[in-house]
Design a protein. Structure first.
Length: 207
């Protein structure tokens, strides 16, 4: 019995020694090479984006794969940062413009049949949907097969759009606005307003 107990203790001790001599230097190595891996990932995803839309400045940062689809009529200005799994899709005459120092967080969807123009210094939270087109709703035929109706979207300078919001066709959001999380914006929002709700309404002005 004592022999078995001693044998078990030796096995436990050996396991701990193996864990120690592997995890301590291993974790140190990861700490050392992590910044390099981060840089390599940034370069890789930027290369993929440049392959999709061509003229993208090297100051643009991609946190992960950016999905560019359709006609790829997309402009991204300097120092913008795009979260992983952002979707940029242009159809027919649609175009998407992202201004300088724009921050789009992960999981956002931008789809344009007309025009989506986002000015400089805009912050867009996670999982925001910005679409400038709707399906037709003529009851005489399935909506699935009807032509889209579309109207341009304009988002002004220094706007903050909260997580999960939905920006609908034809909307202009003025400079300096804040849109609360999970809002549905279907009307124009005057500059320096704070708006929230479904549908979004101005609740106060930025002082």
């Amino acid at each position: 019995m004592k022999h078995l107990a001693a044998s078990s203790l030796r096995i436990i001790l050996i396991k701990r020694i193996i864990l120690y001599i592997t995890t301590v230097p291993g974790s140190f190595l990861i700490r050392v090479i992590r910044p390099l891996c981060s840089l390599l990932r940034r370069i890789y995803y930027l290369m993929l984006l440049k392959a999709d839309i061509g003229n993208v400045d090297v100051s643009v940062q991609c946190d992960g794969r950016i999905h560019v689809e359709g006609t790829r009529n997309v402009t991204i200005k300097k120092r913008s940062r795009l979260g992983r799994n952002t979707e940029l899709r242009t159809v027919e005459q649609g175009s998407i413009h992202l201004g300088e120092d724009t921050r789009i967080n992960k999981g956002c969807t931008l789809v344009s049949y007309s025009s989506i123009f986002i000015d400089d210094y805009v912050i867009i939270g996670e999982y925001v949907s910005i679409r400038d087109a709707d399906h037709g709703m003529d009851p005489s035929q399935p909506m699935r097969y009807q032509n889209h109706t579309c109207a341009p979207i304009h988002i002004g300078r220094d706007v903050w759009i909260g997580r999960g919001s939905c920006i609908l066709p034809g909307v202009t959001i003025g400079e300096g606005c804040v849109i609360g999380a999970n809002s549905v914006v279907n009307i124009d929002i005057p500059s320096y307003s704070i708006a929230a709700g479904v549908p979004a309404k101005v609740i106060k002005k930025r002082s």
